[in-house]
Ligand binder design. Structure first.
Ligand SMILES: Cc1cc2nc3c(=O)[nH]c(=O)nc-3n(C[C@H](O)[C@H](O)[C@H](O)COP(=O)(O)OP(=O)(O)OC[C@H]3O[C@@H](n4cnc5c(N)ncnc54)[C@H](O)[C@@H]3O)c2cc1C
Length: 477
């Protein structure tokens, strides 16, 4: 069993001397509380003893050297928008917030990369890239809050994965600080690498359990040509899912293919005070973003996609005529979780089933059947073109929040088992954190778990980096 040190006055003084004024929070309980939970909900939270807010890599390294010396657990934190308790300091100790390291250091048009600090908000990077005529293709639905460092650490997906892949595909290089405090550089401004093992790729999606990202070099795509958003309305889900593989396989340039069901649209439009077209008749919607090189070609493309949808049972396909129309449909999609939480603050957003595209219809059937069996009302939202489905159940009336935290996760555990039977996996993009830890460990073979533990021991022999997350146990206090 690991035994962690406690933060003494002397250690706090040492930390303060490297971090300077404003760099450390220890006494203000209200402030500390803000860093004790993430979007999994307060119920999964845990108080830190201190929050450190380094302003540069040297300070991150100095904090890790001190933490290693006294064996203090350190939980890296981005914006805290994670849905599985990844940024929660389960063992207390230090939360290391990257919020002050938020500079876009460079946009390099020749190499088509941006170099950024980890605390840059994803959407700020998208905007800065667009101003220079590029696209940063990361687009989680939390784009206006999440940080690029958090996207790196969770291998975030989102609304453009169909075309551009998840964060793994966008990261070319990183500067990271190891548990020992050592700083290493991985990758760079190049796009091919067969120079041995790829540690950079290993760190993407490692949820702060192996290293802390302090600088990232990201790929920029050429800005897409002309785009248009379609809103296809279907009477029910069965018909809708038939269209998806046909749309994706159409040969047209599809940037996004997203799904929202009736319940989710109802609660989200009520929350936002808006309406989508044909809301009374629609059992589900697809938002499809299509790209074309010219107006004419775009028109041909979206007509073809619209016809595919109509031939698969859509009763109406709307073409967004303006930016406002596009923004209205994407606003509902982006606010799906908030909409469900306006209906019930305990609506659970951690569900993140991932199945092969061919298994999406069956997975949706099983989700609906399970919802009935477990007596749950839910909304469903999906990056359906990727096969990534988020059921968002709400707490049954009268159930305590404590019981609900367990019940909802048992519900997801049952669904994850179904996803695995269908050839999928337990999470497409939200990761493991501590909420899903017991499930992932069940789904790995003993041999794979041993390899994973060996990797953790190599990077973090004292088990101080984000302990109790993913496959790794919590040390003893
Ligand atoms: C409304 C809503 C919509 C969402 N939509 C999507 C979506 O479409 N796609 C998707 O993938 N996710 C989505 N998420 C989940 C979440 O936004 C992502 O997982 C995001 O990448 C987390 O970023 P963050 O900065 O908030 O990280 P945090 O939540 O702060 O941290 C997440 C994990 O990363 C680690 N970490 C953070 N920064 C670093 C760093 N610099 N170095 C090392 N480790 C670090 C933390 O320790 C933690 O384990 C959504 C969440 C919400 C609330």
């Amino acid at each position: 069993m690991d035994t962690y040190g406690r933060l003494t006055e002397e250690i706090i003084e040492e930390l303060s001397s490297v971090l300077g004024p404003g760099g450390i929070i220890t006494d203000d309980r209200d402030l500390l509380e803000n860093y004790s939970w993430d979007q999994a909900g307060r119920i999964w939270g845990h108080m830190p003893e201190a929050v450190v807010r380094p302003g540069n890599t040297t300070q991150v390294s100095a904090v890790m050297k001190i933490a290693s010396r006294y064996r203090i657990p350190v939980t890296p934190r981005g914006a805290g928008s994670g849905l599985n308790g990844g940024a929660v300091p389960l063992a207390g100790g230090i939360v290391l917030s990257l919020e002050r390291m938020n500079a876009i250091l460079e946009i390099d048009p020749v190499n088509r990369v941006a170099v950024v600090e980890p605390g840059v908000v994803t959407n700020d990077l998208c905007r800065a890239a667009a101003e220079k005529g590029f696209l940063y293709a990361g687009y989680p639905m939390s784009t206006e809050t999440s940080y690029i460092g958090g996207n790196f650490a969770t291998n975030a997906g989102g609304g453009k994965v169909v075309r551009y892949g998840s964060t793994r595909r966008h990261i070319l290089g990183a500067e990271v600080v190891l548990a020992s405090g050592e700083i290493i550089e991985l990758g760079g401004r190049y796009r091919k690498d067969s120079w041995g093992y790829n540690i950079l790729q290993l760190l993407i999606g490692s949820e702060g359990t192996l290293a802390i990202a302090t600088k990232l070099t990201v790929n920029l795509e050429p800005k897409p040509g002309k785009t248009v958003n379609l809103l296809a309305c279907y009477p029910g889900i069965e018909k809708l899912v038939e269209s998806v593989s046909k749309v994706i396989g159409s040969g047209e340039k599809i940037i996004s293919c997203e799904f929202m069901d009736r319940n989710l649209v109802r609660y989200t439009t009520e929350y936002l005070g808006c309406r989508l077209p044909e809301q009374d008749r629609s059992g589900g919607y697809l938002i499809i973003q299509v790209e074309g090189d010219s107006e004419e070609q775009l028109e041909e493309s979206y007509e073809k996609i619209g016809n595919i949808c109509l031939s698969c049972g859509a009763f109406e396909v709307f073409v967004a005529e303006s930016r406002t129309d596009s923004a209205a449909m994407w606003n509902v999609r982006q606010n799906g979780l908030e909409g469900m939480r306006a209906r019930d603050p305990y609506a659970c957003g951690s569900g993140d089933l991932m199945v092969p595209l061919s298994a999406v219809p069956e997975m949706l059937r099983r989700i609906e059947a399970a919802g009935r069996e477990w007596g749950l009302e839910m909304g469903i939202i999906a990056h359906i073109g990727d096969g990534n489905i988020h059921p968002i159940p709400i707490k049954p009336e009268g159930m305590t929040p404590e019981k609900w935290a367990i019940y909802s996760e048992e519900f997801f555990e049952a669904l994850i088992k179904e996803a695995i039977k269908l050839g999928g996996v337990g999470s497409g993009e939200h990761g493991v954190g501590h909420v899903k830890q017991h499930i992932i460990t069940q789904s790995k073979s003993p041999a794979e778990l041993e390899l994973l533990r060996g990797i953790k021991r190599t990077f973090d022999p004292l088990n101080i980096l984000n302990p109790g997350k993913m496959f790794f146990p919590l040390g003893d206090r």
